[in-house]
Design a protein around this ligand. Structure first.
Ligand code: NAP
Length: 248
């Protein structure tokens, strides 16, 4: 089940954390994977090497998702070279935290450019070849914070809630072309992004999670694999929660 042989997938922010686990999981199911990264070439190359060592096909590709021209060039080039793009996982994201009254315009602009405009630009670029092929799979990585909010994360929560609206809209716009668009809303997952939380904070947060602990990047990757598989052909506009019960 959930085989992806012959499919070509692009994972933005595939060099670390959830994106890394997703790239590895897609490759294990047989997909060829393009591993996007912003600056950490070493990490991206190690994902590619791990996939190749296991007999899979992968390449790394640097571009900044917040720069639409870079996105169009990079995705256009992938489609030109490979003849298609079957799967887009719009995962790249950043967190800039702060209470609203302390949020600077520059921080707000940067966060929205990476977390919301980035996925929108990637989807727009990927959609061109998917519409021609009359098939495709897009998954946005949102967050539980976009669903429930969190004090100190006004900008982040807005961007992640925005992705859910984008997901539902694209599901309606492109369903007739055989393209499904879904979102995954992870809870707290152990990655570099959450590594700055100290032990007391982790303990407090874990107390709000029915399963009692943070998730692993692989937990999120498994949800993505399902959503891009043939088995999920009739699932679109859906948000799949991978949050240990933190929000039900
Ligand atoms: P992470 O470990 O900090 O990794 C972030 C990834 O995004 C890296 O691969 C990074 O590339 C890439 N990236 C950052 N800015 C980029 C840009 N402008 N263009 C292209 N790539 C960029 O993050 P994570 O925890 O795995 O999070 C992945 C996604 O899941 C994010 O959208 C995040 O908001 C979401 N999420 C995370 C959690 C959590 O608890 N961790 C929970 C809910 C949702 P480089 O390696 O080159 O820097």
């Amino acid at each position: 089940m959930f085989r992806l042989d012959g499919k070509l997938a692009l994972v933005t922010g595939g060099s670390r954390g959830i994106g890394r686990a997703t790239a590895l999981a897609l490759a294990r199911q047989g997909a060829a994977v393009v591993v996007n990264y912003a600056s950490n070439q070493t990490a991206a190359h190690s994902v590619v090497e791990e996939i190749r060592a296991a007999g899979g096909t992968a390449e790394s590709l640097m571009f900044d998702v917040s720069d639409s021209a870079q996105v169009d060039d990079a995705i256009g080039d992938v489609v030109k070279r490979q003849g298609k793009l079957d799967i887009l996982v719009a995962n790249a994201g950043i967190a800039i935290d702060g209470l609203l009254l302390r949020l600077k315009d520059d921080d707000l602009d940067r966060l929205m450019a990476v977390n919301l405009r980035g996925p929108l630009a990637c989807a727009r670029a990927a959609m061109k070849s998917m519409v021609r092929a009359r098939q495709g799979r897009i998954v946005f990585i949102s967050s539980v914070i976009g669903e429930i909010g969190n004090a100190g994360q006004a900008a982040y929560a807005s961007s992640k809630a925005g992705l859910l609206g984008l997901c539902k809209t694209l599901a309606r716009e492109y369903g007739s072309r055989g393209i499904t668009v879904n979102a995954v809303a992870p809870g707290l997952i152990d990655t570099d992004m959450t590594s700055r939380l100290d032990e007391p904070a982790r303990k407090t947060i874990s107390g709000t999670i029915p399963l009692g602990h943070f998730g692993k990047p692989e937990d999120v990757a498994a949800a993505v694999v399902y959503l891009v598989s043939d088995e999920a052909a009739y699932v679109t506009g859906h948000t799949l929660r991978v949050n240990g019960g933190m929000y039900v």
